[in-house]
Design a protein around this ligand. Sequence first.
Ligand code: ADP
Length: 280
Amino acid sequence: MEAVLISFGAHAMALEDKLRSRMKNIKHKLMVMSGKGGVGKSTIATLIALKFAMKGWKVGIMDADLHGPSVPKLLGVEDSYMYKEQYGLTPVIGPFGIKVVSIYFLLSNRRSPIIWRGPLKSAFIRQILAEVAWGALDLLVIDLPPGTGDEPLTIAQTVKDIDGSVVVTIPSKVSRIVVERAIEFSRALKVPIIGIVENMYEVICPVCGHRFKIFKGEAASEIAELLRVKVLGRIPFDPELSEACDKGALAQYLGRDTIVRREVELISKAIEDYLRGIEH
Ligand code: ADP
């Protein structure tokens, strides 16, 4: 398989200035993080972005996962491309007018693995952030790469002034340790933690409605107590949600009355209260 090698470079000061002026028009910035991959971080980030957009907020979502970008797929806009226009890179417009930015849109060959040379990764992230013409937004949701390594660090430091973070986890004991690390990471960056979302908390049988747990443990509650953070909500495992993700139909899924939707509403309400609370 042919690999795509990406190289970018630009003057650091010019980038800083550009970035500052682009970010000026974004009222609130939220980062969604997880200690490790596969816990549903991108799914939750996209559901939150959709919920705010459905309420009439002007929303952008930055898919900052360079190795496994998935937001375009979840929103059903994976056949689109971002173009460089007079004012910068224009985001792709998704359902409910969500502005979507992802490395995925810039790839000419979408099936090849993306090979990054270490320092280029940071330079690329910075350049993309500085080049995107978001326009005026009420909320930018940043779907950070999983973990607490260089990439999430570069993004959080480059964007600056992030209003808060949402940490996604599953209820297993193993995730407890990684979530603790994610919380410490957010605190070290001085980004306040709005709360934890516990994903795949339980399974609801599509036939009889019976609920049962797949992971033993109460990771979110334990961490919340230990580190004094809130649990914003608990999302069950729903086979229909997973199907909607595969079909790029998250927006349609959120239009139906489900337990997941009710939880997403509670989570968004808690985030909105937090964001309104810090507005002056
Ligand atoms: P991450 O961003 O943490 O790597 P994703 O959001 O890409 O994880 O989710 C991984 C997979 O799990 C996706 O296929 C998604 O459809 C599925 N998934 C996530 N949360 C749920 C859920 N609550 N119910 C059913 N499927 C889910």
